[in-house]
Design a protein around this ligand. Sequence first.
Ligand code: NFS
Length: 671
Amino acid sequence: MARKRKTPEQHSIDPAAQQMLIRADELGIGTAFTRADAMAPCNIGSAGMCCKICGMGPCRLTKDGQTGICGATIDTIQARNLIRAISAGAAAHSDHGRDMAFTLKAVANDEAEGYIIRDVAKLRTIAKLYDIPIEGRAPKEIANDLADLYIAQFGQQKGEIALLKRAPAKRQKVWKDTGVVPRGVDREVVEALHRTHIGDDQDPEHILQHAVRLAIGDGWGGSLIATDISDILFGTPAPVLGQANLGVLKENMVNVVVHGHEPTLSEMIVAASQTPEIIAYAKEAGADGVNLSGICCTANEILMRQGIPAAGNFLQQELAILTGSVEAMVVDVQCIMQALVGLAENFHTKIITTSPKVKIKGATHIQFDEHHALTIAKNILREAIDNYKNRGETQIPDVREDLIPGFSHEYINYMLGGSYRSSFRPLNDAIMSGRIRGVAAIVGCNNPRSQHDYLHTHVTKELLKQDVLIVETGCGAIASAKLGLLLGEAGLDQVGPGLREVCETVGIPPVLHMGSCVDNSRILTVLTQVVEEGGLGDDIDQVPAVGLAPEWMSEKALSIGTYCMASGAYVIFGGSSPVSGMPDRMEDSDIVANYISKGWEELYGGKMEFILDPDEMIQATLDHIDKKRAALGLPEYVPDKYGRSGDARMLEMEELPWAERREALYGVAAD
Ligand code: NFS
């Protein structure tokens, strides 16, 4: 039976996406949206009940009590599938971190054309954490030592990853006591693969304990390394004005879309696009210049540092090409759909792969090498400019939103008190008083199995009404950006009164864009600083905070969820659960689903759950926040307690005659 096709409105809440889906239909071109309609997910595999780790299978377990040919139970199979997904995610983030560390090493040794150390202050701050001498030394000398230390974290065999000491002291003890301290980033990933080979570790809880260990190696290892070095080389983000959605593509310019994850190449393309020779070359080709934009986390990296617009999130990569206006889509690693190449054949767009790790049949490969980055970036741009003359009919949706990204933890610290009194005190105080009920991190992907951007933005909007401060990264952040929630003024009318007051006083949007997915490590740092500031417990699991990935789909998201859980957070995934198991099985006998929730909570104070219904997700978030508030002895959250001071009150008062205003403000009776 043919599956029912969804309408563009059912596929996405984004009007730009809807417009491109209509165009795709008219042109008879398929996209991930229509392919998802046509392809029913395998309900055995999606619930984690299929084992294909050896040649006797695949064994598909569909009845309670059934085992694989080797005798593996459904719980063992689910645990093995889950840890393999988490290790692939951790490997992707961490390999990104490794490449950043090698780039830092090359920059320190004058071997990386075009790069400089932009944030010397951060370099010194980070180096000091590991007792690398900084006084009287040149930045490159310090960078060389830091690069060596960071490179060593990947191949380290014994001991513990050096960055773990940046977690709260109590958390480090939890990890030691539960035996999940990662020794080296690579070692834990390799061990996960070994343990899940046929005939190895078969105790689901023991397998999953290692999942925690390897995920900590991602969050507090590979990802944190990636974020640190990106900031050192390209600058620690601070608020800038940016734009998001397909309407950032321009008719009269050569459109180059950078897509993927690593900032090393994209930062150089930004630099190259602004050189006089490239601008002149574009003008010779009849364009007004080169217009850069991004997709996925590459977009986030250059958006928050340079204000380069984001053309969209994960599900918009094909839609950008459907505008007919993209001369080149330059991709590096991760979240790149193979379908791009076939889709681009309908237009003039060139898909240019650049990573030695990623090639796609039919794409043009121009290999990136950080030693000659600027030259390669210029070559890529020339290739795009040469393609401008081949552009056919275009249709660029006139849809874009302004946003202010760039909330690194350094900037959050600064914005709360300025240069002299920078601290997390005001944030902690606002949470303690109940002006801010709690904090939610809403992160992760898009997934065509659910309506594009709906879950992200629905959950975000509802939590804002409840005075929950939101931080976002990845494709979730781009979803909110497109709705205008990342702009102070634009978002505030949709926000609870207490949170609104804080945002108005500090001058921030109610949703803080903290960067790409590897930058979820920034959230760990913020939570640690909140703990160290005092008043909200002495470990992350006591902070009234929840992490959500409402539209997750990638293995990286599972790794992020696991390390956030291991750090003490309650993590909620939307969509289907990879460990949901057999539908008719008694809930209590779902060993893996129970273990990652209740079992992990006992051990780490955090837990991981998959919740399909968005309103249940919201309720679970609020319940958890309120539970944590109560455990800290904080006053119960009262929705309308605040909101009578600050800008809102001043605006109302402007309406009053002076005598009445004076009375209201200072309690001095009118004469
Ligand atoms: Ni994160 Fe960033 Fe987006 Fe998902 Fe992919 S881009 S690393 S994995 S799809 S959020």
